[in-house]
Design a protein around this ligand. Sequence first.
Ligand SMILES: Nc1ncnc2c1ncn2[C@@H]1O[C@H](COP(=O)(O)OP(=O)(O)OP(=O)(O)O)[C@@H](O)[C@H]1O
Ligand SMILES: [Mg+2]
Length: 250
Amino acid sequence: MSESVAEVLRAEGLVKTHHGEGAPAHAVRGVDLRVTGGEFVAITGPSGAGKSTLLHLLGGLQRPDAGSLWLDGERTDGYSEARWAVERRKRIGIVFQFFNLVSDLSVADNVELPALLAGVAPRKARAGREELLTELGLEGKERSMPGELSGGEQQRVALARALVNHPPLLLADEPAGSLDSKGTREVMRLLSRFHRRGQTILLVTHDARLASAADRVISFFDGRIADDAELDGGTPPRRAGTSGVLELRD
Ligand SMILES: Nc1ncnc2c1ncn2[C@@H]1O[C@H](COP(=O)(O)OP(=O)(O)OP(=O)(O)O)[C@@H](O)[C@H]1O
Ligand SMILES: [Mg+2]
């Protein structure tokens, strides 16, 4: 069963139909996916393709109508909501387009909270928070409230919060989708940096340019994987004059 490289995520036959006001939306129509430790996978595709739905299924934020899911080799699709909440704290970090920070908690508390909820001792949670905020260039912002920060700063706080428990898997849904080009570069540079240190990342983006920072790109179309390709070298592109390629290196 177990290969030399750990399988962080495995999905088989995932299906999800949304039943809203209008006609049912067949958002995910049978997805098989394996992600191994250390991979940086981008899922790209047009609006409405089902990318966010897929990410939500993988993170247990929504339940599949059919299919199976494994995290670190352990079957998770039978988990209760409560169990998922616990597992997410420890094993999955999630970053969204609009940060989803707790607006009436300070930056420090936003980052420490998941650690405390996971049972980490307060002193250790604090040390982890300090290290991450420094790493992400947010020292001095600990006491700020999220509303006092720029979008890019808020997203870095969200990244710190997602990573504070050192989850084996980071799920990011359009993490730069509401940022300007500077904020976008910042977030992508940080994702690349964590990836180089071994962080497994699944990034959803409709922006093919951002997807090129990954070492594997999945094209998602109409609820299905249309293409799944390794990128050469797996290294992020360098800035080439004004070509529009993002500078992602430190
Ligand atoms: N909660 C919901 N209720 C009803 N329909 C939904 C719901 N969430 C998503 N859908 C529908 O499911 C389909 C896939 O949506 P999804 O958000 O997964 O797409 P996406 O690829 O993330 O798009 P975008 O790039 O715009 O974020 C769309 O047709 C959408 O309208
Ligand atoms: Mg989406």
